[in-house]
Design a binder for this molecule. Structure first.
Ligand SMILES: Nc1ncnc2c1ncn2[C@@H]1O[C@H](COP(=O)(O)OS(=O)(=O)O)[C@@H](OP(=O)(O)O)[C@H]1O
Ligand SMILES: Nc1ncnc2c1ncn2[C@@H]1O[C@H](COP(=O)(O)OP(=O)(O)O)[C@@H](O)[C@H]1O
Length: 299
């Protein structure tokens, strides 16, 4: 429990005592250097990797720089205008995609602290399967189950996200890839926030799903294949889309005239046969058991 109001973390008013030591490997032995910001104290790296951009100083941890190097980002070391802080002579900027001269800014309260607050480990449960296989049903049943056990979840549903964030995307392969990429990035943020993020999208291509997997630490991406055969999904056809696709009124419908690549090595398979499907609750229980067994749910 916090004994006092949390610090103004990203506005430059962090206080040493508020920062858990587990997150302070880069604080110098001599303590914190006073920054030139709006009257606050800023953390400064012991082996400084600090930026001075537009009069604002920011810092990144050595781990972040190492991670950036691993991820293939282009980083630039330059002599910066950092004379306000003794011993700081370098800063790092990066080029990521079309973004040039950008810099990662770490906050002292991180995933570990948020997870401790929530008594759970942030992760992404990624549900893939044909339209009508039961992805949304499972996502909601799982969210409900976890909620009533006191765990914080958030559902990212493909259909729903196409009403907003992804409204500019079609169902062409490259737009589906961009759809999955964006949702993967959002899911990663939710997991970093400490939530159990449940993403439910057709995500028909193995390569797109594997891009999302690669965004997360090993074991925090839990791929669930809702293995319901086309016959079952088509018989359900709750939105009448299969009928339209069969009539040629929807082109490029997954399973009809567009591909679906089943996972070859996912964490959980839920199998639904003709006339024999597990109930939504029992599908959710299967995933909850996995989360429990793998240490994502703490008491
Ligand atoms: N051409 C085509 N193919 C597949 N699905 C279609 C298509 N057109 C519209 N829909 C509706 O869009 C929902 C799937 O959106 P997703 O974002 O999950 O799709 S994808 O992951 O980008 O493939 C999907 O929802 P679910 O039935 O919940 O899967 C459909 O309702
Ligand atoms: N386990 C299940 N048993 C029986 N019916 C199910 C089950 N899961 C989903 N359904 C039904 O199948 C239809 C499609 O489910 P939905 O969750 O919308 O699939 P998706 O999100 O994959 O398109 C819905 O009418 C839903 O009530």
């Amino acid at each position: 429990m916090l004994a006092r109001a949390p610090p103004q973390l990203c506005s430059g008013a962090a206080v040493a005592g508020d920062v858990p030591s587990s997150r302070r490997p880069w604080v110098p032995a001599g303590g914190l250097a006073r920054g030139g910001g709006a009257g606050g104290v800023r953390l400064v790296a012991a082996r400084p990797v600090v930026a001075a951009a537009a009069g604002e100083r920011r810092m990144v941890s050595p781990e972040t720089v190492a991670a950036a190097a691993d991820s293939g980002m282009t980083t630039q070391l330059a002599n910066g205008s950092s004379s306000a802080v003794a011993g700081i002579s370098k800063f790092v900027t990066s080029t990521v995609g079309k973004s040039t001269n950008i810099l990662w800014h770490d906050c002292p309260i991180g995933q570990t602290e948020r997870q401790n607050l929530l008594n759970q480990k942030g992760c992404v449960v990624w549900i893939t399967g044909l339209s009508g296989s039961g992805k949304s049903t499972l996502a909601c049943a799982l969210s409900r189950e976890l909620h009533f056990r006191g765990h914080l979840t958030y559902v990212l549903d493909g259909d729903n996200l196409r009403h907003g964030l992804n409204r500019d995307l079609s169902f062409k392969a490259e737009d589906r890839a961009e759809n999955i990429r964006r949702v993967g990035e959002v899911a990663k943020l939710f997991a970093d926030a400490g939530l159990i993020c449940i993403a439910s999208l057709i995500s028909p291509y193995r390569s797109d799903r594997s891009v999302c997997r690669s965004l997360l630490p090993k074991s925090s991406f839990i791929e669930v294949f809702l293995n319901a055969p086309l016959e079952v999904c088509e018989a359900r056809d709750p939105k009448g889309l299969y009928k339209l696709a069969r009539a040629g009124k929807i082109k490029g419908f997954t399973g009809i005239d567009d591909p679906y690549e089943p996972p070859s090595d996912c964490e959980i398979v839920i199998t639904c046969k003709i006339g024999d499907c597990p109930s939504p609750k029992s599908m959710a229980d299967q995933v909850v058991s996995y989360l429990e067994a793998n240490g994502f749910l703490l008491d």
